[in-house]
Ligand binder design. Structure first.
Ligand code: RB5
Length: 147
């Protein structure tokens, strides 16, 4: 199950991505926002990040204008590794190396076709499980504990 959220700048791309997820058979829940009306991205970054951190949702997708603000917000939540990706190489690498659990997209940066490919790559790539990468992820968790 995927948690998806956006701010007003990401609203349109989120609609595209939700249709794409449906077509590909992925289950998801939409955490808002639900219109073009101006909102604050930290609210939606936090909602999706907490949903993923709770363990109820396997992965999250967050979209704002650049993907930056909403990924910063999500990464404040313990256990979340949100990766802003503008290309498929990064989307694959962040799953293989970082075991990222949230994908952030910039609706004003990537077109919808590329965004769909990035989503597919992110959702279809498993963590490599390599010890060196696990060690580094454990170190990230320690940073969480020090916050
Ligand atoms: C909203 O105008 C914009 O600032 C927001 O979507 C995002 O790009 C922030 O990082």
């Amino acid at each position: 199950m995927i948690a998806i959220g956006c701010d007003h700048a990401g609203f349109e791309l989120k609609q595209v991505i939700m249709t794409h997820l449906k077509d590909k058979g992925f289950e998801f829940e939409d955490f808002g926002c639900y219109s073009h009306e101006s909102v604050h991205y930290p609210i939606y970054g936090k909602k999706v990040a907490e949903a993923v951190a709770s363990g109820k949702y396997e992965k999250g997708i967050l979209i704002c204008g650049t993907g930056i603000g909403i990924s910063i917000a999500a990464n404040k939540v313990k256990g979340v590794r949100a990766a802003l990706c503008g290309d498929c190489y990064s989307a694959e690498a962040t799953r293989l190396h970082n075991d990222a659990n949230i994908l952030a997209l910039g609706a004003r940066v990537v077109g919808s076709g590329l965004a769909e490919m990035i989503v597919d790559t992110f959702l279809n790539t498993r963590f490599s499980g390599e010890q060196k990468h696990q060690t580094r992820i454990d170190m990230l968790d320690e940073l969480d504990d020090n916050m």
